[in-house]
Design a protein around this ligand. Structure first.
Ligand SMILES: *[C@@H]1O[C@H](CO)[C@@H](O)[C@H](O)[C@H]1NC(C)=O
Ligand SMILES: *[C@@H]1O[C@H](CO)[C@@H](O)[C@H](O)[C@H]1NC(C)=O
Length: 390
Protein backbone atom coordinates (compact mmCIF):
# COMPACT_ATOMS: atom_id res chain seq x y z
CA UNK A 1 0.00 0.00 0.00
CA UNK A 2 2.78 2.44 0.97
CA UNK A 3 4.51 1.70 -2.28
CA UNK A 4 1.38 2.45 -4.23
CA UNK A 5 0.95 5.77 -2.51
CA UNK A 6 4.56 6.69 -3.34
CA UNK A 7 4.02 5.88 -6.98
CA UNK A 8 0.90 7.98 -6.98
CA UNK A 9 2.54 11.01 -5.46
CA UNK A 10 5.51 10.59 -7.78
CA UNK A 11 3.27 10.53 -10.80
CA UNK A 12 1.27 13.46 -9.53
CA UNK A 13 4.46 15.49 -9.17
CA UNK A 14 5.18 15.18 -12.85
CA UNK A 15 4.37 18.44 -14.46
CA UNK A 16 1.40 17.99 -16.68
CA UNK A 17 0.54 21.61 -17.09
CA UNK A 18 2.43 22.16 -20.33
CA UNK A 19 -0.07 20.66 -22.71
CA UNK A 20 2.22 20.49 -25.74
CA UNK A 21 4.80 18.37 -24.02
CA UNK A 22 4.55 14.73 -23.11
CA UNK A 23 7.11 13.52 -20.67
CA UNK A 24 8.43 10.09 -19.94
CA UNK A 25 8.67 9.84 -16.19
CA UNK A 26 11.40 7.21 -16.28
CA UNK A 27 13.91 8.93 -18.57
CA UNK A 28 12.67 12.45 -17.98
CA UNK A 29 12.52 12.92 -21.74
CA UNK A 30 9.76 14.95 -23.28
CA UNK A 31 8.38 14.83 -26.77
CA UNK A 32 5.85 16.78 -28.73
CA UNK A 33 4.46 13.69 -30.31
CA UNK A 34 0.97 13.21 -28.94
CA UNK A 35 0.94 9.63 -30.15
CA UNK A 36 3.39 8.94 -27.38
CA UNK A 37 1.94 6.63 -24.79
CA UNK A 38 3.15 9.02 -22.11
CA UNK A 39 0.56 11.56 -23.09
CA UNK A 40 -1.10 13.80 -20.58
CA UNK A 41 -4.33 11.81 -20.56
CA UNK A 42 -2.39 8.63 -20.07
CA UNK A 43 -0.96 9.97 -16.82
CA UNK A 44 -4.28 11.29 -15.71
CA UNK A 45 -5.87 7.87 -16.22
CA UNK A 46 -3.03 6.04 -14.55
CA UNK A 47 -2.80 8.34 -11.54
CA UNK A 48 -6.57 8.31 -11.14
CA UNK A 49 -6.56 4.54 -11.21
CA UNK A 50 -3.76 4.29 -8.64
CA UNK A 51 -5.21 6.93 -6.36
CA UNK A 52 -8.77 5.56 -6.44
CA UNK A 53 -7.56 2.08 -5.63
CA UNK A 54 -5.24 3.25 -2.86
CA UNK A 55 -8.08 5.28 -1.31
CA UNK A 56 -10.71 2.61 -1.68
CA UNK A 57 -12.14 1.38 1.61
CA UNK A 58 -14.74 -1.32 1.18
CA UNK A 59 -17.86 -0.38 3.09
CA UNK A 60 -18.63 -2.46 6.15
CA UNK A 61 -22.37 -2.41 5.33
CA UNK A 62 -23.97 -5.84 5.29
CA UNK A 63 -26.41 -4.90 2.55
CA UNK A 64 -25.91 -1.30 1.44
CA UNK A 65 -27.75 0.11 4.46
CA UNK A 66 -25.82 3.39 4.36
CA UNK A 67 -27.83 4.08 1.22
CA UNK A 68 -31.03 3.58 3.21
CA UNK A 69 -29.80 6.09 5.76
CA UNK A 70 -29.09 8.56 2.93
CA UNK A 71 -32.52 8.16 1.37
CA UNK A 72 -34.43 8.36 4.65
CA UNK A 73 -32.48 11.25 6.17
CA UNK A 74 -34.89 13.83 4.77
CA UNK A 75 -37.70 12.07 6.68
CA UNK A 76 -35.82 11.96 9.99
CA UNK A 77 -38.52 13.95 11.79
CA UNK A 78 -41.08 11.36 10.85
CA UNK A 79 -43.55 10.53 8.12
CA UNK A 80 -47.04 11.82 8.77
CA UNK A 81 -50.34 10.56 7.41
CA UNK A 82 -50.59 13.81 5.48
CA UNK A 83 -47.28 13.16 3.73
CA UNK A 84 -48.54 9.74 2.67
CA UNK A 85 -51.80 11.29 1.45
CA UNK A 86 -49.71 13.24 -1.02
CA UNK A 87 -48.00 10.02 -2.15
CA UNK A 88 -51.00 7.83 -3.07
CA UNK A 89 -51.43 9.27 -6.57
CA UNK A 90 -47.76 8.51 -7.35
CA UNK A 91 -47.82 4.73 -7.16
CA UNK A 92 -49.35 1.59 -5.75
CA UNK A 93 -50.33 1.48 -2.07
CA UNK A 94 -49.03 -1.42 0.03
CA UNK A 95 -49.63 -2.31 3.65
CA UNK A 96 -48.36 -4.96 5.97
CA UNK A 97 -50.80 -5.37 8.83
CA UNK A 98 -50.29 -8.13 11.33
CA UNK A 99 -47.84 -9.91 9.02
CA UNK A 100 -50.18 -9.98 6.03
CA UNK A 101 -49.46 -8.13 2.80
CA UNK A 102 -52.12 -5.93 1.14
CA UNK A 103 -52.11 -3.92 -2.07
CA UNK A 104 -54.37 -1.58 -4.08
CA UNK A 105 -56.68 -3.51 -6.42
CA UNK A 106 -55.09 -1.91 -9.44
CA UNK A 107 -51.55 -2.53 -10.58
CA UNK A 108 -50.73 -1.16 -14.02
CA UNK A 109 -47.69 -3.43 -14.50
CA UNK A 110 -48.62 -6.80 -12.98
CA UNK A 111 -45.23 -8.43 -13.55
CA UNK A 112 -43.46 -5.48 -11.93
CA UNK A 113 -45.74 -5.70 -8.89
CA UNK A 114 -45.07 -9.42 -8.81
CA UNK A 115 -41.32 -8.79 -8.88
CA UNK A 116 -41.61 -6.71 -5.70
CA UNK A 117 -44.25 -8.81 -3.96
CA UNK A 118 -42.02 -11.87 -4.28
CA UNK A 119 -39.70 -10.30 -1.70
CA UNK A 120 -42.39 -8.73 0.49
CA UNK A 121 -44.21 -12.05 0.86
CA UNK A 122 -40.98 -13.71 2.00
CA UNK A 123 -40.43 -11.00 4.58
CA UNK A 124 -43.95 -10.31 5.86
CA UNK A 125 -43.61 -12.52 8.94
CA UNK A 126 -40.56 -10.50 10.06
CA UNK A 127 -41.87 -7.02 9.35
CA UNK A 128 -43.78 -4.61 11.58
CA UNK A 129 -47.01 -2.94 10.40
CA UNK A 130 -46.51 -0.19 7.82
CA UNK A 131 -47.90 1.33 4.71
CA UNK A 132 -45.98 2.68 1.77
CA UNK A 133 -46.38 3.78 -1.84
CA UNK A 134 -44.34 2.04 -4.52
CA UNK A 135 -43.88 3.67 -7.91
CA UNK A 136 -43.60 1.12 -10.73
CA UNK A 137 -42.81 3.53 -13.51
CA UNK A 138 -39.14 3.81 -14.52
CA UNK A 139 -39.13 7.50 -13.74
CA UNK A 140 -38.88 8.84 -10.14
CA UNK A 141 -41.73 11.03 -8.90
CA UNK A 142 -40.73 13.54 -6.24
CA UNK A 143 -38.53 16.32 -7.57
CA UNK A 144 -36.56 18.32 -5.02
CA UNK A 145 -37.28 21.41 -7.08
CA UNK A 146 -41.05 21.42 -6.56
CA UNK A 147 -42.54 21.23 -3.11
CA UNK A 148 -41.70 19.28 -0.01
CA UNK A 149 -40.56 15.68 0.47
CA UNK A 150 -43.16 12.97 -0.10
CA UNK A 151 -42.29 9.34 0.69
CA UNK A 152 -42.49 7.40 -2.58
CA UNK A 153 -40.42 4.31 -3.36
CA UNK A 154 -38.78 4.25 -6.82
CA UNK A 155 -36.17 1.94 -8.26
CA UNK A 156 -33.91 4.62 -9.74
CA UNK A 157 -33.30 8.33 -9.27
CA UNK A 158 -30.83 11.18 -9.59
CA UNK A 159 -29.75 13.59 -6.86
CA UNK A 160 -32.65 15.80 -7.92
CA UNK A 161 -35.28 13.51 -6.39
CA UNK A 162 -36.48 12.66 -2.89
CA UNK A 163 -37.67 9.18 -3.90
CA UNK A 164 -36.60 6.30 -1.67
CA UNK A 165 -34.75 3.70 -3.75
CA UNK A 166 -35.81 0.06 -3.64
CA UNK A 167 -34.39 -3.01 -5.44
CA UNK A 168 -35.90 -3.14 -8.92
CA UNK A 169 -38.72 -5.61 -9.63
CA UNK A 170 -36.47 -7.17 -12.27
CA UNK A 171 -34.46 -9.03 -9.63
CA UNK A 172 -37.40 -11.42 -9.86
CA UNK A 173 -39.82 -10.43 -12.65
CA UNK A 174 -41.02 -7.68 -14.97
CA UNK A 175 -37.76 -6.54 -16.59
CA UNK A 176 -37.77 -5.39 -20.23
CA UNK A 177 -39.35 -7.97 -22.55
CA UNK A 178 -37.26 -8.37 -25.68
CA UNK A 179 -37.12 -11.05 -28.32
CA UNK A 180 -34.58 -13.22 -26.51
CA UNK A 181 -36.27 -12.68 -23.13
CA UNK A 182 -39.95 -12.74 -24.14
CA UNK A 183 -41.10 -13.08 -20.54
CA UNK A 184 -39.00 -10.10 -19.56
CA UNK A 185 -35.59 -9.90 -18.00
CA UNK A 186 -35.92 -11.20 -14.46
CA UNK A 187 -34.80 -14.06 -12.22
CA UNK A 188 -31.49 -12.54 -11.15
CA UNK A 189 -30.78 -15.81 -9.33
CA UNK A 190 -30.81 -17.82 -12.56
CA UNK A 191 -28.96 -15.24 -14.66
CA UNK A 192 -26.30 -15.01 -11.97
CA UNK A 193 -25.73 -18.73 -12.03
CA UNK A 194 -25.52 -18.88 -15.79
CA UNK A 195 -23.25 -15.85 -16.16
CA UNK A 196 -20.90 -16.98 -13.40
CA UNK A 197 -20.57 -20.37 -15.04
CA UNK A 198 -19.97 -18.87 -18.52
CA UNK A 199 -17.41 -16.43 -17.13
CA UNK A 200 -15.48 -19.34 -15.65
CA UNK A 201 -15.17 -20.96 -19.05
CA UNK A 202 -13.68 -17.93 -20.81
CA UNK A 203 -10.27 -16.78 -19.63
CA UNK A 204 -9.37 -13.10 -19.88
CA UNK A 205 -6.78 -13.82 -22.60
CA UNK A 206 -9.42 -15.57 -24.70
CA UNK A 207 -11.77 -12.62 -24.64
CA UNK A 208 -11.80 -10.57 -27.84
CA UNK A 209 -10.15 -7.17 -27.51
CA UNK A 210 -13.35 -5.54 -28.68
CA UNK A 211 -15.48 -2.82 -27.08
CA UNK A 212 -19.03 -4.11 -27.15
CA UNK A 213 -22.51 -2.67 -26.77
CA UNK A 214 -25.90 -4.00 -27.79
CA UNK A 215 -29.19 -2.37 -26.80
CA UNK A 216 -31.98 -0.15 -28.04
CA UNK A 217 -31.78 3.60 -28.43
CA UNK A 218 -33.54 4.54 -25.21
CA UNK A 219 -31.19 7.47 -24.82
CA UNK A 220 -29.06 9.38 -27.32
CA UNK A 221 -26.14 9.20 -24.87
CA UNK A 222 -25.49 5.86 -26.51
CA UNK A 223 -24.89 7.39 -29.97
CA UNK A 224 -21.17 8.13 -29.53
CA UNK A 225 -20.15 4.50 -29.29
CA UNK A 226 -22.50 3.36 -32.06
CA UNK A 227 -21.06 6.05 -34.38
CA UNK A 228 -17.53 5.06 -33.42
CA UNK A 229 -18.30 1.43 -34.16
CA UNK A 230 -19.19 2.34 -37.75
CA UNK A 231 -15.67 3.75 -38.21
CA UNK A 232 -13.64 1.28 -36.15
CA UNK A 233 -15.20 -2.03 -37.04
CA UNK A 234 -12.37 -4.17 -35.67
CA UNK A 235 -12.21 -2.42 -32.33
CA UNK A 236 -15.80 -1.51 -31.51
CA UNK A 237 -18.90 -3.61 -31.99
CA UNK A 238 -21.83 -1.44 -30.94
CA UNK A 239 -25.24 -1.28 -32.55
CA UNK A 240 -28.84 -0.57 -31.78
CA UNK A 241 -31.54 -3.19 -31.57
CA UNK A 242 -35.27 -2.64 -32.04
CA UNK A 243 -37.46 -1.78 -29.10
CA UNK A 244 -41.25 -1.57 -28.95
CA UNK A 245 -41.18 2.05 -30.11
CA UNK A 246 -39.16 1.23 -33.26
CA UNK A 247 -40.76 2.54 -36.50
CA UNK A 248 -37.94 2.93 -39.00
CA UNK A 249 -34.14 2.90 -39.32
CA UNK A 250 -34.22 6.44 -37.94
CA UNK A 251 -34.82 4.89 -34.52
CA UNK A 252 -31.61 2.89 -34.87
CA UNK A 253 -29.52 5.88 -35.97
CA UNK A 254 -29.98 5.36 -39.71
CA UNK A 255 -28.97 1.70 -39.84
CA UNK A 256 -31.16 -1.40 -39.80
CA UNK A 257 -31.63 -2.81 -36.32
CA UNK A 258 -29.10 -5.37 -35.10
CA UNK A 259 -29.97 -8.72 -33.57
CA UNK A 260 -30.24 -8.86 -29.81
CA UNK A 261 -27.38 -10.58 -27.98
CA UNK A 262 -27.98 -12.75 -24.91
CA UNK A 263 -26.24 -11.57 -21.75
CA UNK A 264 -23.96 -14.59 -21.59
CA UNK A 265 -22.89 -13.96 -25.19
CA UNK A 266 -21.45 -10.63 -24.07
CA UNK A 267 -18.77 -12.46 -22.10
CA UNK A 268 -16.62 -13.24 -25.13
CA UNK A 269 -15.84 -9.52 -25.38
CA UNK A 270 -13.21 -8.01 -23.14
CA UNK A 271 -14.79 -4.56 -22.74
CA UNK A 272 -18.50 -3.91 -22.19
CA UNK A 273 -20.33 -0.58 -22.23
CA UNK A 274 -23.16 0.41 -19.92
CA UNK A 275 -25.27 3.50 -20.58
CA UNK A 276 -28.36 4.85 -18.88
CA UNK A 277 -31.64 3.82 -20.46
CA UNK A 278 -34.78 5.76 -19.62
CA UNK A 279 -33.35 5.94 -16.10
CA UNK A 280 -30.70 3.54 -14.72
CA UNK A 281 -30.07 0.61 -17.03
CA UNK A 282 -31.04 -2.87 -15.85
CA UNK A 283 -28.06 -4.16 -17.85
CA UNK A 284 -25.47 -2.75 -15.43
CA UNK A 285 -25.34 -5.53 -12.82
CA UNK A 286 -25.38 -8.36 -15.36
CA UNK A 287 -22.37 -7.10 -17.33
CA UNK A 288 -20.02 -7.44 -14.37
CA UNK A 289 -20.65 -11.16 -14.05
CA UNK A 290 -18.96 -11.76 -17.42
CA UNK A 291 -15.69 -10.84 -15.69
CA UNK A 292 -15.09 -8.40 -18.53
CA UNK A 293 -14.21 -4.73 -18.00
CA UNK A 294 -17.30 -2.54 -17.65
CA UNK A 295 -17.20 1.02 -18.97
CA UNK A 296 -19.99 2.95 -17.27
CA UNK A 297 -21.14 6.20 -18.82
CA UNK A 298 -22.55 8.92 -16.57
CA UNK A 299 -23.16 8.84 -12.84
CA UNK A 300 -26.47 10.66 -12.71
CA UNK A 301 -28.88 7.73 -12.58
CA UNK A 302 -28.56 5.41 -9.61
CA UNK A 303 -29.94 2.27 -8.09
CA UNK A 304 -29.67 1.37 -4.43
CA UNK A 305 -26.26 -0.35 -4.69
CA UNK A 306 -24.46 1.96 -7.15
CA UNK A 307 -22.78 4.25 -4.62
CA UNK A 308 -20.96 1.27 -3.11
CA UNK A 309 -19.22 0.66 -6.45
CA UNK A 310 -16.36 2.98 -7.26
CA UNK A 311 -15.08 4.31 -10.59
CA UNK A 312 -11.60 2.98 -11.45
CA UNK A 313 -12.00 0.30 -8.79
CA UNK A 314 -14.98 -1.69 -10.10
CA UNK A 315 -15.48 -0.08 -13.52
CA UNK A 316 -14.05 2.68 -15.70
CA UNK A 317 -16.18 5.81 -15.96
CA UNK A 318 -16.92 8.10 -18.88
CA UNK A 319 -18.97 11.27 -18.70
CA UNK A 320 -22.21 11.71 -20.59
CA UNK A 321 -20.78 14.71 -22.45
CA UNK A 322 -17.54 12.94 -23.45
CA UNK A 323 -16.79 13.10 -27.15
CA UNK A 324 -15.60 10.48 -29.59
CA UNK A 325 -12.09 11.76 -29.02
CA UNK A 326 -12.39 11.20 -25.24
CA UNK A 327 -13.60 7.68 -25.92
CA UNK A 328 -10.64 7.02 -28.22
CA UNK A 329 -8.10 8.22 -25.67
CA UNK A 330 -9.55 6.11 -22.92
CA UNK A 331 -9.82 3.06 -25.16
CA UNK A 332 -6.16 3.45 -26.10
CA UNK A 333 -5.21 3.52 -22.46
CA UNK A 334 -7.25 0.40 -21.75
CA UNK A 335 -5.70 -1.48 -24.67
CA UNK A 336 -2.20 -0.59 -23.48
CA UNK A 337 -2.79 -1.27 -19.80
CA UNK A 338 -4.28 -4.71 -20.06
CA UNK A 339 -3.38 -5.62 -16.47
CA UNK A 340 -5.23 -2.57 -15.18
CA UNK A 341 -8.27 -3.51 -17.26
CA UNK A 342 -8.16 -7.07 -16.00
CA UNK A 343 -7.84 -6.05 -12.37
CA UNK A 344 -10.79 -3.67 -12.54
CA UNK A 345 -12.84 -6.31 -14.36
CA UNK A 346 -12.06 -8.81 -11.64
CA UNK A 347 -12.90 -6.44 -8.79
CA UNK A 348 -16.21 -5.53 -10.42
CA UNK A 349 -17.04 -9.19 -10.86
CA UNK A 350 -16.18 -10.01 -7.26
CA UNK A 351 -18.28 -7.17 -5.96
CA UNK A 352 -21.46 -8.15 -7.80
CA UNK A 353 -20.91 -11.81 -7.23
CA UNK A 354 -20.30 -11.50 -3.48
CA UNK A 355 -22.45 -8.55 -2.51
CA UNK A 356 -25.48 -8.60 -4.80
CA UNK A 357 -26.99 -11.99 -4.09
CA UNK A 358 -30.70 -12.72 -3.66
CA UNK A 359 -30.20 -12.76 0.09
CA UNK A 360 -28.69 -9.29 -0.09
CA UNK A 361 -31.81 -8.07 -1.89
CA UNK A 362 -33.96 -9.55 0.87
CA UNK A 363 -31.66 -7.98 3.44
CA UNK A 364 -32.05 -4.57 1.77
CA UNK A 365 -35.84 -4.78 1.66
CA UNK A 366 -35.95 -5.93 5.30
CA UNK A 367 -33.68 -3.15 6.51
CA UNK A 368 -35.37 -0.51 4.38
CA UNK A 369 -38.89 -1.38 5.53
CA UNK A 370 -37.86 -1.77 9.17
CA UNK A 371 -36.28 1.70 9.27
CA UNK A 372 -39.09 3.17 7.23
CA UNK A 373 -41.79 1.79 9.52
CA UNK A 374 -40.07 3.33 12.54
CA UNK A 375 -40.49 6.74 10.94
CA UNK A 376 -44.26 6.50 10.59
CA UNK A 377 -45.95 8.89 13.01
CA UNK A 378 -49.25 7.07 12.97
CA UNK A 379 -50.38 3.52 13.56
CA UNK A 380 -51.31 2.02 10.16
CA UNK A 381 -54.81 0.52 10.08
CA UNK A 382 -55.98 -1.90 7.45
CA UNK A 383 -57.42 -0.12 4.43
CA UNK A 384 -60.44 -2.26 3.53
CA UNK A 385 -60.26 -1.28 -0.14
CA UNK A 386 -56.95 -3.14 -0.54
CA UNK A 387 -56.64 -6.78 -1.49
CA UNK A 388 -54.64 -9.41 0.31
CA UNK A 389 -51.61 -10.76 -1.56
CA UNK A 390 -50.41 -14.23 -0.71
C1 LIG B 1 -18.44 0.82 9.88
O1 LIG B 1 -17.80 1.96 9.41
C2 LIG B 1 -18.21 3.17 10.02
C3 LIG B 1 -17.55 4.32 9.31
O2 LIG B 1 -16.27 4.02 8.90
C4 LIG B 1 -17.89 3.13 11.51
O3 LIG B 1 -18.33 4.32 12.11
C5 LIG B 1 -18.60 1.94 12.11
O4 LIG B 1 -18.24 1.82 13.47
C6 LIG B 1 -18.23 0.65 11.37
N1 LIG B 1 -19.05 -0.42 11.86
C7 LIG B 1 -18.56 -1.64 12.11
C8 LIG B 1 -19.56 -2.63 12.58
O5 LIG B 1 -17.40 -1.94 11.96
C1 LIG C 1 -20.53 -8.06 -33.54
O1 LIG C 1 -21.13 -8.84 -32.54
C2 LIG C 1 -22.10 -9.76 -32.99
C3 LIG C 1 -22.70 -10.41 -31.74
O2 LIG C 1 -21.72 -11.03 -30.97
C4 LIG C 1 -21.45 -10.75 -33.93
O3 LIG C 1 -22.43 -11.66 -34.41
C5 LIG C 1 -20.82 -9.99 -35.09
O4 LIG C 1 -20.14 -10.88 -35.92
C6 LIG C 1 -19.84 -8.93 -34.59
N1 LIG C 1 -19.38 -8.11 -35.68
C7 LIG C 1 -18.11 -8.04 -36.03
C8 LIG C 1 -17.79 -7.13 -37.16
O5 LIG C 1 -17.24 -8.66 -35.44
Amino acid sequence: MMQLIQIVSFLLMIKLSNTNEYCDSISGKCSENNENIYSKEYYVYLTTYLRKNADYQPSNDTCFESNIADDLRIFKNGITKEMLNNAYSKGVKYQIINHELYRSQECLFPTRCNGVEYFLIQLKSELPDFECVINFYDWPQISKHHGSPVPVFSFSKTKDYYDIMYPAWSFWDGGPAIKIYPKGLGRWDLHRKKLISVSKEIQWEEKKKVFFFRGSRTSSERDVIVQLSRKEKDLVNASYTKNQAWKSDKDTLGYPPAEEVALEDHCIYRYLFNFRGVTASFRFKYLFLCKSLVLHIGNEWNEFFYNHMKPWVHYIPLRTDDTENDYRKLMNFILKEDKVAQEIAFKGYKFIRNKLRMKDIRCYWRTLLTYYSKLLKFQPKLDETLKKIS
